[in-house]
Structure formats: structure tokens, C-alpha cells
Design a protein around this ligand. Structure first.
Ligand SMILES: C[S@@+](CC[C@H](N)C(=O)[O-])C[C@H]1O[C@@H](n2cnc3c(N)ncnc32)[C@H](O)[C@@H]1O
Length: 555
């Protein structure tokens, strides 16, 4: 990598330290030869041929030795500049499914890098093969040739950029035909420590010449290592890849799971996939939160907790977290596929009895929080979810109505339920107590839903809402993200919300419409909703540790 940088940087750039030493040594040799060469030759050969003949032929010796010496120096210097090349590298990448028409994602491959001494260019040529269930698929061979290879250096870290064209005959094997491969030495804090291991990153590019210009935007993360100082034949490399492909993927998995991730990947702006919510707060995708090194310890802790409560063993949790990272990379742009992959990864691992216990425990905690404010004869639970909280409140009311946009009530819960479509009138008559428990941020239009709920309330509207931008410690509430900026609090809340509602449960809408406690208070004020209680509950629920606040609005 260092050599790539040295070889490909502009010739007028500063001469580096090794080069200075070589030039100095060469000058010294020439100086010594000029000052003492003849005397040395006379002392050495004088006894046999006499000093006079040496003196006569010395100008000719000078011409020959200096010319040959210079030619040798030039050759040695060129050799020094190209350093370890030619070399053979092997690599593996997790490709997104839509980059390969067959839909097979992992690939292994090799790359020959050599210096073309005549043109002064570094050239790279190689091929990738689909890695199919631990076997290399020879028929999937996709060759590529570099159009430009260059090295860049930033903060002492050298990156090799290989711009390549896929060989025309192999175009059918890819949905893109041009790209750039980047490699950077794996940093010292990685578990993979050999000095010849690299983090890799592949990005597809488009050229205007593309026959069918399509916005192809492939991002793939990979691992590479130098296999040999020389150009190994493709047959030998294939044998090596077939035998050791799984080792390369194990190393890539280690890199993917490392905190912090390799610098090369960090600089690829993994948080770029964020979208604004209704309050204009940017919400990053679950995949990018999963790959966010700063938030990873919080996410790890959350997954450890919730999955162990759902009955997974420590080993199963570790494997699942590995899968969550790997798929976050692979399905970087496809949250539905990410969700599917994680749901699939949990099949057969969740223990139903543990899940029931965790959900009942959550319902009991929330019921305890709202019980002091339940009043009157009738209860409307808007966004009732599994209905467990309303079930605990049965004893307080003569009439209970459940309502939600999704039905996932246990069959044994015999309570009236209305399937609601957002934006429609809520219900035909008002209720004494109305609940909106961790529902508002799930609504596409939380203020409209709040107004409908308020209009359906005759006595108390009880709200528990997940909020962000909380930086002051409250005696009644714990919050491990207190010191983090709002962006990180939103990112964490969004991941937890997504995981709880989309991975552990099915199809609950998650528009991530979180906002601040201040914003809610001003909305209550603007709409003449009398706020009589506000309790900071904090991260009160282990299986969904968003920061909760309880509001009670009274008629
Ligand atoms: C996190 S769950 C909370 C469920 C329940 N309130 C509890 O605390 O157990 C959020 C619920 O809000 C529901 N929801 C989302 N948008 C809604 C809307 N516009 N109107 C009513 N319910 C909605 C979801 O289907 C989901 O069941």
C-alpha cells in the first residue's frame, strides 16, 4: 500500500526518506570513486601492471564505470520505487444481492498488481468468483482490468484506489460494469493483525458510455491480503481460494464486528441514509445505527438485554449480533430485507414462555405508572397493541374499547376491538379515560391523532411518549444517553423502536416521529389541553429502553 502511494504519487512530490538515503549513498559512492578510485586501483593492481598504465587508461575506466554505475543506479532506483510489486492479492467481498444477477452475494477473488516499467503505470488485473455455500463457482468468473491505480495518503493512512472495468465478456455477471476498489491496511486495533491484511471497499460507478444508463450504486465491504510477492498463476490461486475462502470470510466478519470499524469504512459516511421525520429531525436507518461505532456499545447492551429476556443463550445472542452487523452491511439500502434477515435469524431461538413473561412484565410496569390516573367508567385504549395493559385495567371500568391500526391481540383476550385506519374518525362516543401509550411517535400525523384522542376524552387523556433531546438528569428517571447529542438519542430510539416493533413484533408502523418534551408541552398549550401531570419515567422498560415521559391531560 505504501508502495502504491510512492509509485503513483506525482513525480514532483517530495522525495521521501528512503529515497533521500539512497540518493545520498549513491552520491557518496560516486564521490569516493572520484576522490580515491584511481589511487585505490593503483594500490591494488600497481604491483602487477605498474602505476603508469593505470594512470593512462583511467579516463576510459572512468567513462565505463560511471556510465555502468549510473545505469545500475537507475535500475535499482526504479526497483526500489515499485517496492513489492509485482504481487498477488486475494480478497473476499459481501456483495449486495442486486449487484449479481444470480442474486448470490459473497465473492472471492484475486488481483495481480504489477508495475509497467515502460509506461510508468501500476496496473491491476484479476477476477472474482461467487462463493457458493463454501465452494468457489468457477463458471461465475468475472474478470476486471484497471484503468487507473493510484494511492492517496491522509493522516498517515494510505489508501489504494483501483479504478476498473469489468471485462466485456463478463458483463452479464454483474449489474454494473465499472467501479472502484479501495484498500487500506487494517488498523492496529483490529483483531486481524497481520501487516498484510486490508479492509476493502467496492463502489460501482457509471460511465456515460454505459449502454443502458441505470443508477447503479453498489457498495460492498471486503477483506484482502497479500498472497504472494510475485504473479501466481490463476490455477494456483483458485486452489488457494477454494481451500481458504472460508478463512477470508471469517476475517471479514471479524472486521465487520470490530469497534471501531476500519477507518476506510468509517469514512464512507455510513450515517448518510437518514430521513427527516415529521418534526424535521433526521432519523438514520437501523442499518446505519448498527454500524455506528459510537452507538454500538449501547445497541449491544440493548440486544443483550432484550434477547436474553426473550430466552436466547449468550452464544445465540453473540451469533445474532454478528448477523445483525453483517446484514447491516449487505442490506445497507434495503431496510425490508434487513428486517427479514433479522427475523429469520431469530427463528427457533425465542422461547415463547420467556417472551410472554417479558411482555407481561412490561405491561405490569406501565399499568403501575398509569393506574393512579385511571378514572370514570369507560376506557378507550388507542394503539392498544397486544392489549395487555387494558386487560390489567379491567377491574376499573364498566366499558373498555380497544383500537389499533394493526390487530395483534391474543385470542384469549375477550375485549372489544376496532381496527382503525389513520385519518378516519376515531370512535362514535367519548370515553372517561383515554390512553395513548407509546403510540404518538408511531402515527404518521401525531398532532392529528392527539386532537382526535382529546376530542374522545371526557376526563383524563393519559399519554406515555418516547422523547428525545433530554439532557437534564431527573430523580425519577434513568437515561444512559443523557450526555449524548439529540442526533444520537434519536438514532438509538429509532433502532430500539424498529427492533421492538418490526423484528420482535410484526408490521407495526414505525415513522420514528419522536420529538422533544418541550414540543409536546407547547402543542398541549396551543390546543388548550390542560396538562396536570408530567412524570419522567426514563428508560423504564428493558425490552424497549426509549426515554419515556408520562403526561396527563385533564378536561
Ligand atoms: C409501541 S406499540 C404500543 C402498544 C400499546 N399501547 C402498549 O403500550 O403496549 C404502538 C402501537 O401504536 C399503534 N399505532 C400506530 N399508529 C397508530 C395510529 N395512527 N392510530 C392508532 N394506533 C396506532 C401500533 O399499531 C402499535 O400497536
Amino acid at each position: 500500500m505504501k508502495n502504491i502511494y510512492r509509485v503513483t504519487r506525482p513525480a514532483w512530490a517530495t522525495v521521501d526518506k528512503t529515497e533521500k538515503i539512497v540518493i545520498l549513498l549513491a552520491s557518496l559512492v560516486v564521490g569516493i570513486y572520484g576522490g580515491w578510485g584511481e589511487r585505490f586501483a593503483a594500490a591494488l593492481l600497481g604491483p602487477w601492471v605498474g602505476r603508469q598504465p593505470i594512470h593512462h587508461v583511467w579516463p576510459l575506466v572512468d567513462v565505463v564505470v560511471v556510465t555502468a554505475g549510473c545505469l545500475l543506479l537507475i535500475k535499482l532506483y526504479k526497483r526500489l520505487r515499485v517496492g513489492c510489486y509485482p504481487s498477488t492479492f486475494i480478497y473476499c467481498f459481501y456483495m449486495p444481492d442486486d449487484s449479481i444477477p444470480s442474486g448470490k452475494a459473497p465473492v472471492v477473488g484475486f488481483c495481480h498488481i504489477k508495475a509497467d516499467m515502460a509506461s510508468g503505470e501500476i496496473v491491476a488485473k484479476g477476477a472474482s468468483f461467487v462463493w457458493n455455500n463454501g465452494h468457489i463457482d468457477i463458471h461465475s468468473r468475472t474478470g476486471f482490468t484497471s484503468t487507473e491505480v493510484r494511492g492517496t495518503k491522509e493522516a498517515e493512512e494510505v489508501t489504494c484506489h483501483i479504478y476498473f472495468d469489468i471485462d466485456r465478456a463478463d458483463w452479464r455477471n454483474r449489474t454494473y460494469h465499472y467501479g472502484v476498489l479501495r484498500f487500506q491496511l487494517a488498523s492496529g486495533d483490529m483483531t486481524v493483525t497481520s501487516c498484510n491484511t486490508y479492509a476493502g471497499y467496492l463502489l460501482s460507478t457509471n460511465k456515460e458510455l454505459e449502454p443502458n444508463p441505470k443508477a447503479i450504486d453498489v457498495h460492498a465491504w471486503g477483506y484482502a491480503e497479500r498472497y504472494d510477492k510475485g504473479l501466481v498463476t490463476e490455477n494456483d490461486i483458485r486452489t488457494k481460494l477454494a481451500a481458504n475462502g472460508h478463512v477470508s470470510f471469517a476475517k471479514l466478519d471479524t472486521m465487520l464486528g470490530s469497534v471501531p470499524p476500519p477507518n476506510l469504512w468509517r469514512s464512507e459516511n455510513l450515517m448518510s441514509t437518514s430521513k427527516p421525520n415529521i418534526w424535521k429531525h433526521q432519523v438514520p436507518s437501523p442499518q446505519s445505527v448498527m454500524l455506528n461505532a459510537m452507538l454500538r456499545p449501547y445497541i449491544d447492551q440493548y440486544l443483550d438485554k432484550v434477547l436474553s429476556l426473550f430466552g436466547l443463550s449468550a452464544d445465540a445472542i453473540r451469533c445474532f449480533k454478528g448477523l445483525a452487523v453483517e446484514k447491516a452491511v449487505l442490506e445497507r439500502d434495503n431496510v425490508v430485507a434487513y428486517e427479514r434477515a433479522l427475523k429469520h435469524g431469530l427463528i427457533g431461538l425465542i422461547v415463547p414462555a420467556n417472551e410472554d413473561q417479558a411482555l407481561n412484565q412490561r405491561a405490569a410496569i406501565i399499568y403501575g405508572q398509569i393506574a393512579p390516573y385511571l378514572c370514570g367508567d369507560s376506557l378507550l385504549d388507542i394503539g392498544c397493541g397486544n392489549g395487555l395493559i387494558a386487560d390489567l385495567a379491567r377491574g376499573h371500568f364498566k366499558e373498555i374499547q380497544l383500537l389499533d391500526v394493526v390487530r395483534y391481540l391474543p385470542n384469549a383476550l375477550h375485549l372489544p376491538f376496532k381496527l382503525y385506519a389513520e385519518g378516519q374518525p376515531l370512535i362514535d362516543h367519548p370515553f372517561d379515560t383515554v390512553l395513548l401509550l407509546t403510540v404518538l411517535h408511531h402515527s404518521k400525523n401525531p398532532v392529528e391523532l392527539l386532537k382526535l384522542a382529546w376530542n374522545a376524552t371526557t376526563k383524563h387523556l393519559i399519554i406515555i411518549e418516547s422523547v428525545v433531546d433530554v439532557h437534564k438528569a431527573e430523580p425519577s428517571a434513568s437515561y444512559e444517553l443523557l450526555g449524548l447529542p439529540i442526533e444520537d438519542q434519536i438514532a438509538f430510539a429509532a433502532f430500539v423502536d424498529w427492533f421492538y416493533n418490526r423484528v420482535l413484533h410484526d408490521d407495526v408502523p414505525v415513522p420514528y416521529n419522536f420529538t422533544t418534551p418541550e414540543q409536546w408541552r407547547s402543542i398541549f398549550l396551543e390546543n388548550n389541553m390542560r396538562l396536570t401531570q408530567q412524570v419522567h419515567l426514563g428508560q423504564d422498560i428493558d425490552i424497549g429502553p426509549e426515554y419515556h415521559i408520562l403526561f396527563v391531560l385533564e378536561r
